[in-house]
Ligand binder design. Structure first.
Ligand code: 1HE
Length: 265
């Protein structure tokens, strides 16, 4: 059974990571190229996330330098033919699928450019924390290409099809405040505070019952995509499975015997 250390040892040089308790802080580490995503990074993300589990209970994903990511490494597009182009896009799909439907919640810390494939990567995370310097754009049309990292599927679900069309057709750039209003980020913090905020959120996630987090990551999105009748049934089954888990029983007993924290603002 490969260990976390094996997975970390296999990371390409453009990705760095350190484990802080149960939270893995993973960094796009190619600041000279504004964290543009090359094939090695995509492969590295796929391999790391497909093997993640204990002791990691949450991941914080950030970018080194002033930008989260300038998207696809445009120097690698070259003379790819149609078949190679499909394979390339599918490789991004596989990697980002491992992030979205992996074992642990992922929080992206966004700053500076969150552009093209960088925005597609951010959309595969479960929660997005933005710093005030952030700007979001989809310059694919200007470059004569199309989204290929799952953006056509994930982004309309976050901000709506019309807004995505506007971004692609007109090159519209969203800033930090607007981005929060339309749903690109869930939290907005001052520059330099994104990592701390994400870390606090990650520790909260890591403290949840494993099965509840699993249901939120794996079952909730499937319910959303299913017809309502199937969704209600799946929800009922998941609710019954979760409440039968010993972790739930212990946590409920803690509340009733006044040992658990109350909900507070
Ligand atoms: C790059 C890339 C890149 C920077 N691929 N090399 N993405 C884009 O169209 C965004 C293109 N990048 C930019 O608009 C700007 O670089 C930024 C706004 C992100 C940052 O600007 P700035 O002034 O801080 O940096 P810079 O001087 O433009 O770039 C620094 C270096 O990074 C420079 O290389 P150098 O060798 O001259 O130092 C740039 O060429 C390089 N660089 N961005 C390759 N993207 C799965 S499909 C997804 C489709 C897409 O993602 S399309 C969107 C692509």
């Amino acid at each position: 059974m490969p260990t976390l250390q094996d997975a970390l040892d296999r990371l390409p040089k453009e990705l760095t990571a350190d484990l802080r308790g149960a939270v893995l802080v993973l960094r796009l580490a190619r600041p000279a190229k504004r964290n543009a995503l090359n094939d090695a990074m995509i492969e590295g993300l796929r391999d790391l996330f497909s093997g993640l589990g204990e002791p990691v209970k949450a991941v914080v994903l950030e970018g080194e330098g002033e930008h989260f990511s300038a998207g696809l490494d445009l120097s690698e597009v070259g003379e790819r033919d149609v078949i190679a182009g499909i394979a390339h896009s599918r490789s991004w799909h596989q990697a980002f699928e491992q992030i979205q439907f992996g074992q642990v919640p992922v929080i992206a810390v966004l700053k500076g450019a969150v552009v093209g494939g960088g925005l597609e990567l951010a959309c595969a995370a479960h929660v997005r924390v933005a710093e005030r310097s952030v700007f979001y754009a989809l310059p694919e049309a200007q470059r004569g290409i199309f989204v290929g990292g799952g953006g056509a599927v994930r982004l309309p679900r976050l901000i709506g099809t019309s807004r995505m069309m506007d971004m692609m057709l007109t090159g519209r750039v969203y800033g930090a405040e607007e981005g929060e209003v339309v749903g690109l980020s869930s939290y907005l913090v001052d520059d330099g505070e994104g990592l701390d905020k994400a870390f606090v959120l990650a520790e909260r996630m890591a403290a949840n019952a494993w099965l509840t987090n699993y249901a939120v990551l794996q079952v909730l999105p499937r319910i959303v995509e299913s017809d309502p009748a199937s969704g209600f049934m799946t929800e009922a089954l998941m609710a019954a499975i979760a409440q039968a888990d010993p972790a739930a029983k212990g946590r409920l007993r803690d509340f009733l015997e006044k040992r658990a924290a109350k909900v507070k603002e």
